[in-house]
Design a binder for this molecule. Structure first.
Ligand SMILES: [Zn+2]
Length: 470
C-alpha cells in the first residue's frame, strides 16, 4: 500500500536510538521507520529533509490555558485558539492543561475544558483536573471515568494565597489529599497524583519578612523558598500515595536537594515521577537578576542556581526526572509591569514556542543531554505517564504521526516577535539560540512551517491509550 507521506534523508530519533533514514505515514500514523531504501515507494507526498532531525512531537505535560490574565472557560477557549499556535511552532504537538480554578464539580470542569479546546486547539490535548475544594475529593472517580488521567493538588499554598485560588486557608492538608487518594483507589485506576511541592508556611513567613526588609530581587525570590521546601512535601505526600499504591507526580522540580531525595525514594520502590521545566534548565536566578528581568522572571517555584541546574540535567540523564514541561500560563505584562514585587502574580507566559530551541542550546549543544534522552523526556516520558503511550510519544510504527523536522544548527534569536499567541514579552528576549523546529506534523498533516501555522486547527482531545492503567 502506498504511504500518504514519506519524510526521508534525515536522522530519526526513536526512543532507543538515532538512525539515518526517515519515516512513512499512512492514515495519520507511522507506518514505517528505517533507512531511506527500506521506506515504501510512491508515497503521495515525499519530502527530503536534507539531513535534518526527525523528532517525535513533544508532549508538554504542564500548561494552564485559560488561567492567565483572566480565569474562565471563555478565556480557555480563546487561549486554545490563539496560544496553542505557539505550541506547534515550537514543536509541541500534545499538551496537558489544567481545569480552571473554581467551584465547578470536577466532571463539569473536565467537560467544560474539553469543550473549550474542541475545534479550536491547534494541538492534541489532555485535561488535568485541579482539586481545590473539599467536594472535589469525592468527585475524582467521575472525572477519571470521563478520561481524566491526572489530578493536580496545589499543596504548596496556604493562607490568603490559597484562598485566592479557591482553597481553604490551610490549602491541601495531607488528610484532604489522603481522602482524594482513597477515592481514586476506589475507581480502580492509577491516575497521576500531581503535587506542586513547596512547603508553604515557612515560605510565606520569609516572604513577609523579605517584603518588610525591602528585599525584592529575583535572588531574594529564590531565597524565600528554602532548599528543602520541595523535598519535605515529596516525602509527606509520597508516603501517602505509596501506601495507597498510586503514582505521585511532582511537577516543576527546581532543586538539587529534591533530586537527591527522589533518588532515594525511587530506589526504595516509591512510584514517584519527576518533572522539571525548560526555564529551570535554561537559566538561573543570578543570570536573570543580572539581565534585569525582575518581575517577568518571578515564577513559582523560583528559578534557582547553577548547582541546581547541573543536578537537573544529570537527573534527566540518569532517568530520575522523566518529563520536561514549561508551566505555561498565558499572562501578559499586565501582571508584570509596575506592581510591587511581592504582590505580583508568579508565573511565566507561553513558553512552548522556545522549548526545543532552549533545550538544544542549553542541553544538546553543551553536552548535557543526547537526542534519545531528549526524546524520552519531552515526548515518550510524558506520554507514558499520562497513559497515552504508544499512541503518542515516539517515532515507532503504529504511533500517531506527530513528527518534527528540526534543524539543530539553525541560528535563532529568541523574543516575543516569534509568538503567534498572546505573548507581549519574553524573558528570553535577544537570547541567541542554536536549533529550530522547521516543520511540525500532527497526525501526518503539516500544521506548522518556518514559524507559521499551516491550515485550520486540527487538535483533538485525547484520553488514554488502550490497555493503559491510568
Ligand atoms: Zn503550573
Amino acid at each position: 500500500m502506498a504511504a500518504d507521506l514519506v519524510l526521508k534523508n534525515g536522522l530519526v530519533v526513536t526512543g532507543q536510538r538515532v538512525l539515518r533514514g526517515g519515516v512513512a505515514v499512512s492514515d495519520g500514523r507511522i507506518a514505517a521507520v528505517g533507512a531511506d531504501d527500506e521506506l515504501p515507494r510512491g508515497a503521495r507526498r515525499e519530502i527530503d529533509v536534507e539531513g535534518r532531525v526527525l523528532f517525535p512531537g513533544m508532549f508538554d505535560p504542564h500548561t494552564h490555558l485559560g488561567s492567565g490574565d483572566s480565569r474562565s472557560y471563555e478565556a480557555m477557549s480563546e487561549s486554545f485558539a490563539r496560544d496553542s499556535k505557539d505550541c506547534l511552532i515550537g514543536g509541541v504537538t500534545t499538551i496537558a492543561s489544567t481545569t480552571v480554578l473554581g467551584d465547578d464539580p470536577l466532571p463539569v470542569a473536565y467537560e467544560k475544558s474539553v469543550e473549550a479546546g474542541a475545534g479550536r486547539s491547534h494541538v492534541d490535548f489532555k485535561i488535568t483536573c485541579v482539586v481545590t475544594r473539599e467536594h472535589h475529593t469525592g468527585e475524582v472517580g467521575a472525572a477519571i471515568e470521563r478520561g481524566c488521567t491526572s489530578l493536580k493538588f496545589y499543596t504548596g499554598y496556604c493562607g490568603c494565597l490559597a484562598e485566592k485560588m479557591g482553597m481553604n486557608p490551610e490549602g491541601i492538608p495531607p488528610a484532604m489529599f489522603y481522602r482524594a487518594c482513597e477515592n481514586v483507589v476506589a475507581s480502580g485506576r492509577r491516575p497521576l497524583m500531581m503535587i506542586h511541592a513547596e512547603e508553604p508556611t515557612v515560605r510565606f513567613m520569609l516572604a513577609d519578612r523579605f517584603a518588610e526588609q525591602g528585599r525584592d530581587s529575583l535572588l531574594d525570590w529564590a531565597a524565600h523558598s528554602p532548599d528543602w521546601a520541595e523535598s519535605v512535601q515529596v516525602y509527606q505526600y509520597g508516603v501517602i500515595t505509596h501506601e495507597l499504591g498510586l503514582p505521585l507526580y511532582v511537577v516543576h522540580i527546581s532543586r538539587a536537594h529534591t533530586i537527591d531525595f527522589l533518588v532515594g525514594l525511587q530506589a526504595q520502590g516509591y512510584d514517584i515521577i519527576g518533572e522539571t521545566c525548560v526555564g529551570f534548565l535554561s537559566t538561573t536566578a543570578e543570570e536573570l537578576h543580572q539581565r534585569g528581568v525582575r518581575l517577568y522572571g518571578k515564577i513559582q517555584p523560583p528559578i534557582r542556581h547553577e548547582a541546581d541546574q547541573q543536578r537537573l540535567w544529570r537527573a534527566l540523564r540518569e532517568g530520575v526526572v522523566t518529563a520536561i514541561g514549561t508551566d505555561t500560563i498565558p499572562y501578559t505584562s499586565k501582571y508584570k509591569k509596575d506592581l510591587p514585587f511581592w504582590e505580583a502574580r508568579p508565573g511565566l507566559n507561553i513558553q512552548t514556542l522556545d522549548s526545543m530551541s532552549l533545550l538544544l542550546t542549553e542541553g544538546l549543544h553543551r553536552g548535557r543531554i543526547d537526542w534519545v534522552t531528549l526524546a524520552r523526556t519531552t515526548s515518550e516520558g510524558p506520554a507514558r505517564h499520562f497513559g497515552l503511550y504508544p499512541q503518542k510519544g515516539a517515532l515507532e510504527v503504529g504511533c500517531d504521526a506527530d513528527v518534527l523536522v528540526v534543524d539543530p544548527h539553525a541560528e535563532l534569536e529568541l523574543g516575543v516577535e516569534r509568538s503567534l499567541g498572546g505573548n507581549d514579552y519574553s524573558i528570553w528576549q535577544g537570547k541567541k539560540a542554536l536549533g529550530r523546529v522547521d516543520m511540525t506534523f500532527l497526525g501526518g498533516e503539516l500544521v506548522a512551517q518556518d514559524g507559521q501555522i499551516v491550515g485550520e486547527p486540527r487538535g483533538k482531545h485525547v484520553t488514554r491509550a488502550p490497555g493503559s492503567t491510568r
